[in-house]
Design a protein around this ligand. Sequence first.
Ligand SMILES: Cc1ncc(COP(=O)(O)O)c(C=O)c1O
Length: 334
Amino acid sequence: MSKLKTIPRVIISHAPTALEPMPQLSKVLNRRLYVKRDDCTGLAGGGNKTRKLEYLVAAAKAANADTLVTVGGVQSNHARQTAAAAAKFGLRCELILEDVKGTPKSDYYKNGNVLLDTILGAKIHWLSEDTDSSEYSATLMAQLTSEGFNPYFIPVGGSNEIGSLGYVQCAREIAQQIAQQTIKPDHIVLSTGSAGTQAGLLAGLILEGLDIKVLGICVSRPAKQQVELVTQLLEKTLILLGLDKSLAQGKVFANGDYYGVGYGVTTDATIEAINLCAQHEGLILDPVYTGKGMSGMIDLCRKDFFAKESTILFLHTGGSQGLFAYQEIFNTSN
Ligand SMILES: Cc1ncc(COP(=O)(O)O)c(C=O)c1O
């Protein structure tokens, strides 16, 4: 019996999110393709962080916090959802937003997620590319405490073993939905960054006794480093659930061929993936995460890495709000 039910949680997500077929894309790529719509978790535009925040906000409340502090890139979806969760639970929110080298700049600092952060009432701390965000975070936490606040720090992407529990929940949902719809996915594909989504999903699948291969498409670092990051967090999550950490062995797979030059910088294949999904499924991806993840899935179908007629479930983790900060990478003249 896992400890999941004993860990404090607040309910935020509109769950279960839909798990639905992608018939047009399936024809194009000659595979049975499904999508799990975690872009529709419901909090200020939705996305994967909402599920993590259910456990992180519960932990913050248990610590009597009055302020959520977190850190991310300027267009962080995690920051936007944290600002929204803070507003929903009557907390203050301070966001430490780091500039990202190589990103398109005309709308980057004002539109997309930043616009929503502002509307949601978060206080933004702007960091240049070369400022050490860990040092800045520690100083800000100490300063807030000295001013009489009780701040709760959420790590980048909400990725610690508490946040990962949100994806243990998601795996439970997937298990129920594929049983109801009699679908047998051979693979789940997702975009992987700070690692909590993949680690939580794997822990949940282990808990459900479901042997589905999960492939993380890296958005920011080479596969070897990503596998290490996910494995460490998976082990911690298993321990928190009262399970043996050795269950992580042989479960973590990542592909580092699709992130291009680095985090936040789109590739041509990202743009192709965004256009393809929009024009064949009416499905809107994002330029930083799901566009890259989908570009990997498309290429791995085309290369027959995924066997013909195999069943693949793409986990849509959200982020389309970021598109409005990236409009200049699309040809919008027609
Ligand atoms: C839209 C979107 N997809 C995927 C991810 C990656 O999830 P994780 O950081 O848990 O690996 C993020 C993280 O910020 C995200 O915003």
